[in-house]
Design a protein around this ligand. Structure first.
Ligand code: SF4
Length: 409
């Protein structure tokens, strides 16, 4: 006789790496006949996969926990389970401050966390499901996480505190997972990790991300492979040829540089100078035809002077990235930067962020105007009314631009 198991709502906050973790949890829950509901009102148990990266993300995670706890206190929920980075980083504080949560789990101890959650829900961990995910992205694209943790010493970053040191996922596991996704109709794989260019270094002291791209590119049905979170210092040279020469690897690289002034790069412990960084970026653009370069910057870092910021604005104007994201500095406990005075007011951090985004808006508009008349292969993500919305190889999902097709201008 089938035992009715409580319905579960899984809330995923934060980055695509957290999303992948949630998809593994979902696959296990479903294989144990646990009904997954989208509507929280129908759920008997809620699992919250939290983010603990920066202030705003932490606040969103706490608000989500408090909302679930108040539903539990009003008898609308049986259980609230919290996992992910915030839970990993602040477990003892959370257990003290929000004791109504049934169980807090870490972010790093994967199988244990998973097993723990399942046991709490009265079901078993299915070993035969390793590499099996229950997709939450649209069927045609998926994230492929190739490693966990990070060995880099970036002064502002708390991720190594939450996710631990770098650990490469074995190549065979990556390929098995990618094959399963391809067999379900995935056309685009987005390669993620904290530092994807570091893959393999913990195995034999060599950065072998090219091997991962080659192995994944041989999988039938995968038409686009997109590399995210490349790290600029000690960039593996062979990767340039791999991206250029493999047809189904997009000529697209997401390479967060965070800043450009030597003063700030040094204080951020990025392990690279301005001239080496510019040299690398120019080489990538020179050696990979039609390359789309995406980067991320931080404004208002404690040691950022107005002169440093002006240097950054000039560089963004000059180099003209294809895609750009800008974060304001967040003073994170237990990071090296937290020992520095957070002297730049929030208002100024936001104003610097806006200045950079305004510069980029001009650049993006000019780049788009240059695309008029060009033929591009478009991956359709969805249909809205009578028009199609998609992306070219220049655009990663959820963070970059979209192409509207069927719009009368
Ligand atoms: S490489 Fe990224 S994840 Fe690693 S410490 Fe630096 S900012 Fe954090």
């Amino acid at each position: 006789m089938k035992v009715k198991k409580d319905k579960v709502k899984l809330i995923t906050l934060g980055c695509s790496k957290n999303l992948v973790d949630s998809e593994f949890i979902l696959a296990q829950l479903k294989s144990n006949d646990i009904e997954i509901v989208e509507d929280e009102d129908l759920a008997e148990n809620v699992i919250i996969n939290t983010c603990g990266f920066i202030e705003e993300a932490k606040q969103e995670s706490i608000n989500t926990i408090l909302k679930a706890v108040s539903r539990k206190n009003s008898g609308k929920l049986k259980g609230v389970y919290v996992a992910g980075c915030l839970s990993d980083r602040y477990k003892s504080d959370l257990e003290k401050d929000i004791p109504e949560v049934d169980m807090y789990f870490g972010a790093t101890d994967k199988p244990q966390t998973l097993i723990g959650i399942l046991n709490e829900l009265g079901v078993d961990y299915k070993k035969n499901l390793v590499g099996e995910r229950s997709q939450t992205t649209p069927k045609h694209f998926s994230y492929l996480k190739i490693s966990e943790g990070c060995d880099n010493p970036c002064s502002f970053c708390a991720i190594p505190i939450m996710r631990g040191m770098h650990k490469s996922k074995p190549l065979q596991d990556i390929v098995t997972e990618a094959q399963k996704l391809a067999s379900k109709g995935v056309k685009e794989l987005i390669i993620i990790g904290q530092d994807t260019t570091y893959w393999g270094f913990d195995i034999d002291r060599r950065r072998r991300i090219s091997e991962v791209l080659k192995a994944v590119s041989e999988i039938n049905g995968i038409e686009w492979i997109r590399l995210m979170y490349a790290y600029p210092s000690r960039f593996p040279e062979d990767l340039i040829g791999t991206i250029r020469d493999l047809n189904n690897v997009c000529n697209y690289i997401d390479i967060p540089i965070q800043h450009i002034s030597d003063n700030v790069l040094k204080s951020m412990r990025r392990g690279i100078t301005k001239s080496n960084l510019v040299g690398l970026l120019e080489k990538l653009r020179r050696d990979i035809p039609g390359l789309a370069l995406r980067t991320t910057l931080i404004t208002g870092y404690p040691d950022e002077t107005e002169k440093d910021f002006d240097e950054l604005v000039d560089f963004v104007k000059e180099f003209r990235f294809d895609r750009l994201g800008v974060f304001t500095y967040s003073h994170e406990d237990d990071t090296f930067a937290a020992t520095l005075p957070d002297r730049i007011p929030r208002k100024e951090k936001l104003s610097r962020q806006k200045q950079l985004l305004d510069v980029q808006k001009e650049i993006s508009h000019a780049n788009n105007m240059n695309m008029i008349g060009k033929n591009l292969k478009i991956l359709i993500d969805r249909k809205e009314n009578d028009q199609y919305v998609g992306r070219s190889y220049l655009d990663a999902p959820e963070i970059d631009q979209e192409v509207l097709w069927g719009v009368k201008i």
